[in-house]
Design a protein around this ligand. Structure first.
Ligand code: HEM
Length: 183
């Protein structure tokens, strides 16, 4: 197997790291902006960032799902046991579900609640959910549960990546990184 065969394709790697930054920013701003001790002007700025960057994240998730279907991921090395391979596949599937669901739930929470999403509103994108406080509150609760879940799965994913990169040094991290040591 060549170095290229054992790595993710270049566009997949670029998108992976762009999404990683965006998701971490979404989690940080999400938890920060609901803190009532923060000045209102700071919270408002964080809300605007969170809502509009979330829309960007959703577009990239769709692109990522397409690339995931087009490019089959490279096989893991034999040093990763079948049980670990199944656990990795399950956590990746859960990450995809959450990366898709979180922006959708955020959108429903905001639009059913009658609030703006500045970028979509400026582009004249029609609102596709009814105005309903019940729906907004249900989406708000689901978005909160999803926030806890995605934080936990991202922490697990990050710990596993660091363990492979610094302790096992088995090339698993290098598959998603840039440079020569991808073999
Ligand atoms: C990957 C995408 C997203 C992630 C990881 C994410 C994460 C979070 C987190 C961690 C929180 C704080 C937990 C809470 O108190 O609910 C939060 C809150 C919130 N998010 Fe998101 N979010 C995402 C996308 C979006 C989008 C696209 C929107 C709207 C367009 C949105 C709107 C909101 C709102 C309004 C809140 C405050 C909850 C409330 O009090 O109503 N989120 N988000």
């Amino acid at each position: 197997m060549t170095a290229l065969d054992s790595s993710y394709r270049f566009p997949v790697r670029v998108l992976h790291w762009a999404m990683a930054l965006l998701i971490l920013a979404m989690i940080a701003t999400g938890f920060a902006m609901v803190q009532e001790e923060l000045p209102q002007s700071v919270r408002n700025t964080l809300f605007i960032f969170h809502k509009n960057t979330g829309i960007l994240a959703f577009s990239l998730v769709l692109l990522r799902l397409i690339l995931r279907l087009v490019f089959t991921p490279p096989p893991l090395p034999d040093t990763v046991s079948p049980v670990q391979q199944k656990a990795a596949a399950a956590s990746h599937a859960l990450l995809y579900v959450l990366m898709f669901a979180m922006p959708v739930l955020g959108y429903i929470r905001v639009k059913a609640g009658g609030f703006p999403i500045e970028s979509l509103d400026a582009w004249g994108v029609p609102v596709i959910v009814p105005r309903s406080d019940d729906l907004a509150n249900t989406a708000k609760f689901a978005h909160f549960v999803g926030a806890i879940a995605i934080s936990a799965v991202v922490a697990l994913h990050l710990s596993a990546a660091i363990f492979h990169a610094l302790v096992l040094k088995d090339g698993v991290f290098a598959r998603m990184w840039f440079g020569k040591s991808r073999a």
